[in-house]
Ligand binder design. Sequence first.
Ligand code: GLN
Length: 255
Amino acid sequence: MHLRIAHLYPRRMSIYGDRGNVMTLVRRARWRDVAASVDEIECEDRLEAKRYDLFFFGGGQDQEQDTVARDLAKKGPAIAEAIRGGAAALAVCGGYQLFGRHYQPADGERLDGIGVFDVHTEAPGGAAAKGGTPERFVGNVVAAPDLGALGKDFGTTPLVGFENHSGLTFLGETARPLAHVRRGHGNNGRDRTEGCVAGSAVGTYLHGSLLPKNPHLADWLITRALRRRYKGVRLRPLEDSLERTVNESLAAGTA
Ligand code: GLN
């Protein structure tokens, strides 16, 4: 088997350790003797979206998002179609916002998203409007997975990570949250939801990198991605005692 990953805009959209997510996906596939390859796709690159089993899109500052959103207007429909056709995806923070319907930054034009997730994001008022910097949600997050979106097999191990965003993301009528926040802010600091799931695509505010300390989510994504071409595939368990210890200590707030 072969896991084909497209890493979207890594030069501009990989902050707070996001590249570690791609490393985790590749390693956890290869440790099961699944071949894994990564194509880095920048604005100037062509994208043949149908080739890929999984898309990764990391976080970035507003000015980088503005640049990337212009290119995503061209590449986005094919990416959204590939995901609707069964490809998996992990979109973190700025990437998550641009996989939604739109992102209105604190200052500047509204950025259109590609509508993988039925969510929209608004920054809480511009710096000029408030005479200061817009409020940011920064800190560790612990959230309980939503099994309605992820499936019962996912289990109840919490999702842990680090958030740093000013955007407030709101779920639309058809959107399913990834998780429910126990500690931290999540999507908007109001409805206690964190992230979103649509098919095999996951959007989240959790940086860190997310996947090394949430191996259960990494394996969920790899399994979903492989099932696009290899029906019924199951991954054998790995020796994850270190990853579990990290997850448990962050969930307990002792890390
Ligand atoms: N610029 C966006 C915000 O501040 C996303 C930030 C990020 O990707 N960490 O909400």
